[in-house]
Design a protein around this ligand. Structure first.
Ligand SMILES: O=C(CO)[C@@H](O)[C@H](O)COP(=O)(O)O
Ligand SMILES: [Co+2]
Length: 217
């Protein structure tokens, strides 16, 4: 089980401070949400944040959630910035290009995950399960932090697990808190992205402990 905090909802001027607090609480991977204002109706961070992150925290993993339909420019930019894993949206890239980018990422020694939006059927995973390192099931519609978990996601996770088996871990993202983490874990999730639950409360270490306890139970 792994918690990958999303830094989206951290006050941008506090990024290094809050990441350090989470790292001191034992977090080893951070989820960096990239929104392009086109595939999703919001803008967030860019490659500079990833390279600054890797300079400041070379031992921590940077997982890039690429909410963009412009892989041609952005995938190479995030590889160069030092991303350890890049999550590509199935809905944003045609299947031929998707296969090309998966191969390109592996050739560049960067791990790759496939992201499915709430309305995308899990059946599409069948042809990718042998090619990817991770699956991300969105448990909200992408574009904003702080949204409510979509409860239908649990049956979707169970279905995805049947298709991809035990070799590819399932990650969940959106509206994750101590309750929804427990529900999605029961359904088969192993990696939990949480943003506002961790960073929009009084104590980051306390929230990490609560989330950890909920998935360790
Ligand atoms: O990708 C996204 C949203 O598009 C997520 O990573 C959220 O930013 C997570 O935030 P919370 O739902 O946990 O507040
Ligand atoms: Co995300």
């Amino acid at each position: 089980m792994l918690i990958a905090p999303s830094i989206l909802n951290i006050n941008n001027l506090d990024l290094i401070k809050d990441i350090q607090v989470a790292a001191d609480a034992g977090i080893t991977r951070f989820h960096i949400d990239i929104m392009d204002g086109h595939f999703v109706p919001n803008l967030s961070l860019g490659p500079q944040v990833v390279s600054d992150f890797k300079k400041a925290f070379p031992d921590l993993e940077a997982e890039v959630h690429l909410m963009s339909d412009n892989p041609d420019d952005l995938v190479p930019a995030f590889i160069k910035a030092g991303a350890d894993l890049i999550l590509l949206h199935y809905e944003a890239i045609n299947e031929e290009d998707l296969s090309k980018w998966i191969a390109f990422l592996h050739a560049s020694k960067v791990k790759v995950g496939l992201v499915l939006n709430p309305d995308t059927p899990v059946s599409v995973l069948a042809k990718y399960s042998a090619l990817i390192d991770q699956v991300l099931i969105m448990t909200v519609y992408p574009g904003f932090g702080g949204q409510k978990f979509i409860s239908e996601s649990c049956s979707k996770i169970e279905e995805a697990k049947k298709i991809i088996g035990d070799n590819v871990p399932i990650e969940v993202d959106g509206g994750i808190n101590d309750e929804t983490a427990q529900l999605t874990k029961k359904a088969g999730a192993e990696i939990f992205v949480a943003g506002s639950y961790l960073f929009c409360q009084d104590s980051i270490p306390q929230q990490i402990t609560k989330l950890r306890q909920s998935i360790d139970e």
